[in-house]
Design a protein around this ligand. Sequence first.
Ligand code: SF4
Length: 329
Amino acid sequence: MTQAEATSRTGKRVLLAKPRGYCAGVDRAVQTVEEALKLYGAPIYVRKQIVHNRHVVRTLEAQGAIFVEENEEVPEGATVIFSAHGVAPEVYEQAKTRSLKAIDATCPLVTKVHQEAKRFAAEDYDILLIGHEGHEEVIGTSGEAPEHIQLVDGPEAADTITVRDPDKVVWLSQTTLSVDETLETVARLRKRLPMLQSPPSDDICYATSNRQHVVKQIAPECDVMIVVGSCNSSNSVRLVEVALDAGSRAGHLVDFAHEIDDAWLAGARTVGLTSGASVPEELVEEVLAHLAERGFTDVDEVTTANERLTFSLPQELKRDMRAAAAARG
Ligand code: SF4
């Protein structure tokens, strides 16, 4: 039986979103740990999860990475890598105090938001940082100028914000928010603060926007949207919300294919499938195989953007890699 015959018999299909999965910042952060392990040997310490994905963390642990919550857990003089989400300046200071060799895998697009925060704080602006309370990225960005930054966690929070000078206030944001919800929050802020300035360029990153855009395109046709990603991955959680808002009848977040409940697929004809920016493609392939076993053999990939951005590895790591290569002759 051909695949077309199988499809026509089952009438079940998958709409596969593209872009999905790894973004440039995650790819760089994971490569940073892998290259550091090759260059310096295990163990390599990583402060916080390098990216918010259980599979990635487990895989790197198996190769010799040790994930810690704080610098104090790293032995003096050891190598520590800071995660893609960024850190507050005090974390670099702590590393220096403990004579740690720090490698910074902060995504350059998060660093851009840090720079904006520093610049506006230097000009004495009140900075309204739209983001999720307790998220590592928000903690890191806030740490650049704690006396100038206030967190705005969602549209409702906009109604209670007070600032020193309503003519000197700017909003910035976490990189992995819902584009639509952020616009709503900004609109509510602007009702009370008409002179509110916008960031010089979008803080929500290209990868977050692109993954949400394609999900919005396919969601109206989907009986269920499956998002591969971890529950602490902000951009992955947002994809489920975006799918539901855009018309998918149901939406679920799974780390692995085996977490898919057959009840979710009962009666479904079209399943949408995507993955968060920290998810390796092999996990999506496993979900596709899982769905095919249940009759979803027809896979249509829907592409709304082609991503080509890449980031080079951190300077401090590249310098040591060059030195090692030179020593080898
Ligand atoms: S999701 Fe965006 S900000 Fe976060 S690591 Fe990827 S490219 Fe960078």
